[in-house]
Design a protein around this ligand. Structure first.
Ligand code: HAM
Length: 419
């Protein structure tokens, strides 16, 4: 779990702003849910045989309740959807969220125990159009953020007709291979054979090579959904790869499944930037009506790694250096006037030397420094130092606020200068 210090927070804020803008443009509204939920919510929705539930949840007992720090956002969103009977308010809901999630995984580059996700969920739309739009939105956002080497993997897990059919085909394939599988995977064959395909164990991966593809067993309806998704993605010019072996770490998915990874920047093995899919039965499983749903979440830490270094855009600001008691009072007033006009201001009210305050002004990144000393108070003036151009001029105090604001915000030509 990491601190995010002010020196790096601007990158986060930029990414979050880009996400919020993209989500808003696509008609999503923000939902904020508690970070703690009853443990049972995650067990029921994410699935008992998943790594998240078996090994990674931060769970504790409080009085008679077992509570868990949310390992992801979808279960909470669906819980809120059911609890507030949102389907009675609107036929389709588009929600987005941002925030910390918690999984007790082995830390590595791009894998933290507290990490941050931004995600979107759509309730009430069976797709496939919204599925295609969601994937396309993600890809455009990553491209706009300058992330290259993107790989979009898609698959379909089918629905209630397809799954049992494929499950039995998969069982026939896996059972004879039980001896070659890791103990962990062997234990999962009968409980959840789909999970075996997701094993990270090298021996398991070799053993499941050549496993039957679920795409060959899709029911007619599932196939129509799948084909339409591909057609629409092509129309939106989203390059994708069909990956029948794509299994995600959560059990709630059906039909559309997708993951976007990148080999750009400083990303290492943890290169999945975002993943998602349909979960058409979760709302009903949590006690709500039959409402289809789809969503994704992206890992902000990983996206920042993939984005690499970028230039910080610093808003122009003013540094006020008052020298002496009266000047300090006037410096405070000047700062307040400037902030009322939207200028960022830092006042150095310490009783230090002019030299040390100017040194701070220079390293602060401010564009303009306003110096007020005793003689400026007497003559009703302010010394304006342009820290970029290394020039200085004296301006009347009663015009100083306007002059500084105009110079920094650029609304009118610089007063007192002809450059
Ligand atoms: P997920 O694949 O478990 O899906 O996580 C989504 C993304 O969160 C991953 O692609 C990755 O970028 C990031 N992530 C996951 N675990 C970590 C970690 N330990 N450290 C850093 N980043 C991490 C979900 O969470 C689903 N709720 C997505 C979804 C929404 N499906 C439907 N709706």
């Amino acid at each position: 779990m990491h601190d995010i210090l002010p020196a790096e927070i601007w990158r986060w804020q930029r990414l979050e702003a880009a996400f919020i803008e993209a989500a808003t443009l696509h008609g999503y509204s923000e939902i904020r849910t508690p970070i703690l939920e009853p443990t049972d919510l995650f067990v029921r929705s994410i699935g008992e045989s998943t790594d998240v539930v078996q090994k990674e949840m931060y769970t504790f007992q409080r009085h008679d309740d077992s509570l868990t720090l949310r390992p992801e956002g979808t279960a909470s969103a669906a819980r809120a959807y059911v609890q507030h009977a949102v389907q009675a308010l609107e036929p389709i809901s588009r929600w987005y969220y941002l925030g910390p999630m918690f999984r007790a995984e082995r830390p590595a580059r791009g894998r933290q125990r507290q990490f941050h996700q931004a995600g979107c969920e759509i309730f009430g739309d069976p797709g496939p159009t919204c599925d295609a739009e969601m994937i396309s939105m993600l890809v455009s956002m990553f491209v706009d953020l300058g992330i290259g080497e993107l790989e979009v993997s898609i698959s379909s897990l089918g629905g209630p007709e397809t799954r049992p059919k494929y499950r039995s085909v998969l069982l026939d394939f896996l059972r004879p291979k039980a001896a070659d599988l890791s103990e962990h995977s062997r234990a999962r064959i009968e409980v959840n054979p789909f999970r075996v395909l997701d094993s990270k164990d090298e021996g398991d991966r070799a053993a499941v090579e050549g496993a039957p593809s679920i795409l060959d067993y899709l029911s007619d309806e599932d196939r129509a959904h799948w084909d339409a998704l591909k057609t629409q993605l092509e129309a939106l010019e989203v390059p994708f790869r069909v990956s029948p072996g794509l299994v995600r770490g959560l059990d709630y998915y059906n039909r559309t499944l997708f993951e976007i990874s990148s080999s750009a920047g400083e990303l290492g093995a943890q290169n999945a930037l975002a993943g998602g899919g349909r979960y058409d039965t979760m709302v009903e499983d949590l006690g709500g009506p039959k409402i289809p749903a789809i969503g994704f979440a992206m890992g902000l830490e990983r996206i920042l790694l993939a984005m690499g270094e970028s230039e910080r855009v610093v808003e122009p600001s003013c540094f006020v250096v008052p020298m002496g008691e009266k000047a300090t009072i006037d410096g405070l007033v000047l700062a307040r006037e400037l902030r009322q006009l939207g200028v960022r201001v830092d006042v150095d009210g310490r009783q230090n030397s002019l030299k040390s305050k100017l040194r701070r002004a220079n390293s602060s990144g401010a564009r303009v420094c306003a110096i007020i000393g005793e003689s400026e108070i007497e003559t009703g003036t302010v010394q304006l130092k342009d820290l970029l151009q290394h020039s200085q001029e004296q301006v009347p105090r009663d015009r100083a606020t306007r002059i500084i604001a105009d110079r920094l915000l650029g609304s009118t030509p610089r007063a007192g200068g002809n450059d």
